[in-house]
Design a protein around this ligand. Structure first.
Ligand code: SF4
Length: 187
């Protein structure tokens, strides 16, 4: 049964500790949701049965930054909220990653005002930008997978070194339907 049955008797596996650690980390990302607006609703939807973020091992939302390693910024950041966001980021242990979800978190979106931060990457490092207003749950999951691929391939952030944001940008996947949509009425 299972892995043991595929191995010869008294068999053993060899690998590198780095691979095991990375495999464990990429399979158990614990997100810290910083959801301030409508993007937060899509963030919640990723955990529902239809999208099932648990398939990627990232469904354990932590509301304590000390237990989280993936900060998901979802929604616009008011200037008054910025110190809170920075404090949460600082309190998260290394290694940690950041997803900027949606137009407001990445650029301020349509809120081009003095009261709204015009991109959270001006104040914290961002690893993956997820486009959309709001992004669909699939796109957020793609962002999580991008971080998983990075952990698999690149290893860990430099120990004790300066945090270098990955700055990955996901391509929008939504194809706009031709407008206006034809209307068929029952005869
Ligand atoms: S990007 Fe769009 S959906 Fe997301 S918080 Fe801004 S206005 Fe709301």
């Amino acid at each position: 049964m299972g892995l043991e049955s595929a191995l010869p008797v008294d068999g053993f596996l060899t690998t590198q500790l780095r691979h095991v650690i990375n495999w464990s980390r990429r399979s158990s990302l614990w997100p810290m949701p910083f959801a301030t607006a409508c993007c937060g609703i899509e963030l919640m939807a990723t955990a529902c049965s239809r999208y099932d973020l648990a398939r990627f091992g990232a469904e354990v939302m932590r509301f304590s930054p000390r237990q989280a390693d993936l900060l998901i910024v979802a929604g616009r950041i008011a200037v008054k909220m910025l110190p809170v966001l920075q404090r949460i980021y600082e309190q998260m242990p290394e290694p940690k990653w950041v997803i900027s979800m949606g137009a407001c978190a990445s650029t301020g979106g349509v809120f081009d005002t003095y009261a709204v931060v015009q991109g959270c990457d001006q104040f914290i490092p961002v690893d993956v930008y997820v486009p959309g207003c709001p992004p669909r749950p699939e796109q957020l999951i793609e962002g999580v997978m991008a971080i998983q691929r990075h952990i698999d391939q690149e290893g860990l952030p430099p120990p004790g070194g300066k945090r270098v944001p990955l700055g990955l940008v996901l391509q929008p996947t939504h194809a706009v339907r031709p407008q206006p949509v034809g209307l068929t009425l029952p005869s």
